[in-house]
Design a protein. Structure first.
Length: 182
């Protein structure tokens, strides 16, 4: 049997969270799904609280920083914005939805979401500032608008097919195209 790494535990935690919700983030349940002992779990995490803290950091890295790293390979701010929308359109929305639900009952989760939300909004605003000759406040407001749309997709139980989501995102692009270039 291959060793189950810390990342394997965290990836499993994200999968369980997405499919079963926060109440399923229990050591016994995770061990059963991983076919590992509690000793294996405790080798990497001192407690469930430590696991949750690491899970939140892993989520922030995987769904924010690694996305930013991919986007940064594009040459221009406009291409970066397009790439960002394409990457996020393909992501699993279940994790974000379940984390936001969980945040209503857990301040640690709420703080992590707030930090990630702020990081994402600041990043999009910085791209908008690079692409368009607009004020910082205007860039932040447009970034919030874009981000709120993504969060709205996460919270919806009626799936938005890719064709419809693309049409909606094109409306946002039309708004951006109406702004003066930098």
């Amino acid at each position: 049997m291959t060793r189950f790494s810390k990342t394997d535990w965290l990836d499993l935690g994200l999968k369980v969270l997405s499919k079963e919700g926060a109440l399923a983030i229990r050591i016994e349940h995770l061990c059963k799904l991983a076919k590992r002992t509690k000793g294996s779990f405790y080798h990497h995490f001192k407690s469930r609280d430590v696991f949750v803290a690491d899970l939140l950091a892993h989520w922030g890295d995987r769904f924010t920083q690694s996305v930013i790293d991919q986007v940064e390979t594009q040459a221009s701010p406009v291409e970066k914005l397009k790439s960002l929308n394409a990457i996020t359109a393909a992501m699993d929305m279940g994790v974000g939805r379940e984390l936001r639900r969980w945040a209503g009952a857990d301040t640690q989760v709420a703080r992590a979401i707030e930090a990630v939300d702020n990081r994402r909004i600041e990043y999009v605003a910085s791209l908008l500032k690079q692409a368009k000759n607009i004020s910082s406040q205007h860039a932040i407001d447009l970034a919030v608008m874009n981000y709120a749309t993504m969060i709205g997709y996460q919270q919806m139980y009626t799936p938005i097919n890719l064709e419809r989501r693309t049409r909606i995102e094109l409306l946002y692009v039309e708004i951006l195209q109406g702004l003066p270039d930098y």
